[in-house]
Design a protein around this ligand. Sequence first.
Ligand code: NDP
Length: 435
Amino acid sequence: KRRNPHQPEFIQAVQEVAEDICEYIADKEDYHRQQILRRIAEPDRIVSFRVCWEDDAGNIRVQRGWRVQNNNAIGPYKGGLRFHPSVNESVLKFLAFEQTFKNALTGLPMGGAKGGSNFNPKGKSVREIMRFCQSFMTELYRHIGADVDVPAGDIGVGAREIGFMFGQYKRITNQFTGVLTGKGLEWGGSLIRTEATGYGAVYFLANMLATRGQDLAGKTAVISGAGNVATHAAEKIVQLGGKVLTLSDSGGFIHDPDGITQDKIDWVKTHKTHRRGRIADYVDEFPRATFHAGQTPWAVPCDVALPCATQNELSGEDARTLVANGCQAVSEGANMPTDLDGVRVFRAARLLYAPGKAANAGGVAVSGLEMSQNSERRSWKEEDLQQMLKDIMAGIHRSCVRYGDQGGGHVDYVKGANVAGFRKVADAMLAFGVV
Ligand code: NDP
């Protein structure tokens, strides 16, 4: 805490990992002597820069941009870019730290990074967003590269923003390389990248339920968020026979007792992504649903819950409510959506609880596959990629079981994910000596 004052999110993420890792390395002399955990928790590099752009009214605006390159022991830095007013160094350091473990869990050769800006895309015209993205990339391009650091999307950064940034990178460097993932299919993107995080979180959930001889058919699901991860998680739940009751955004949540079916999910996707609308408008379109302003959906009784919006959106109180209402499993589509108190509640209740670094790794896994396709200069078939995503999620699940098995049929997925991710990165760092 003394080393990182005013960085509560970063301290929270490190604390959660350290609790498991300290126990695991208690009898492992090398990891201690080499200060491995300390070294992983100190980013390799943080670049912070000014992003200056002109709005439609001719005003000059100044934002701050960052890239946090946390660790490249097992591959080039990899992790998303977030554009949201809440972005600061603490948030990006926590995300880059988590990303290091997540990427290791996928089994693919990727290090951990994260970046972004406190730019707020809400209410901005397309031309303003383009100018911002171009200005952002005009500085970022010096620090990234297909074999150096490969950013992707995250909150506020979707295919459109990736397009603007890729266009600017290409223009400055005169190179067409796989420097960003989440690209459009016509210019180096991969099939199923868009769906991968949400689908992956549901595959992970299905793997957890299977350990108790259950599946998603007939189960009710409460989901937060209405963006990329939330809508695709909802889609996969519906495909597997579940019933989705809620979605949300920063304005509140909607509860649809009839279930949010595929055609309703399609409406939400168009409304949020293309019309940049609010989830509150859902009730005008589907009047049996209700909107709950300023609230999160965790008090709606359900069998499974998927927090897919943002960090610390599910408190200890929310966790207690979910457990009391009989929720059996939680799969985190978002990064660190459950606060430390909530994590303790889920772990103590022995719920099937998958932390984001395991459950939402499907997105970066398919980004890793996009990098491979770019290197080979070819595109793989959709059914092959779907199978690879399923296999990778099953592989992550196996790793969590291996290191998180508590006996008596209970798996601590938090511990499993932390230890499995740590081991891979730590062993590579040991091989490199003191660097
Ligand atoms: P989007 O920008 O597509 O959607 C984000 C959603 O979360 C929106 O509904 C947004 O509401 C809501 N939200 C954002 N910030 C807040 C807030 N402070 N309070 C309440 N609601 C909020 O982002 P993604 O779906 O891509 O990302 C969601 C989460 O998943 C993030 O934690 C991200 O890091 C994580 N993730 C994403 C991956 C990906 O592939 N995209 C990969 C792995 C993890 P509103 O529209 O009102 O802002």
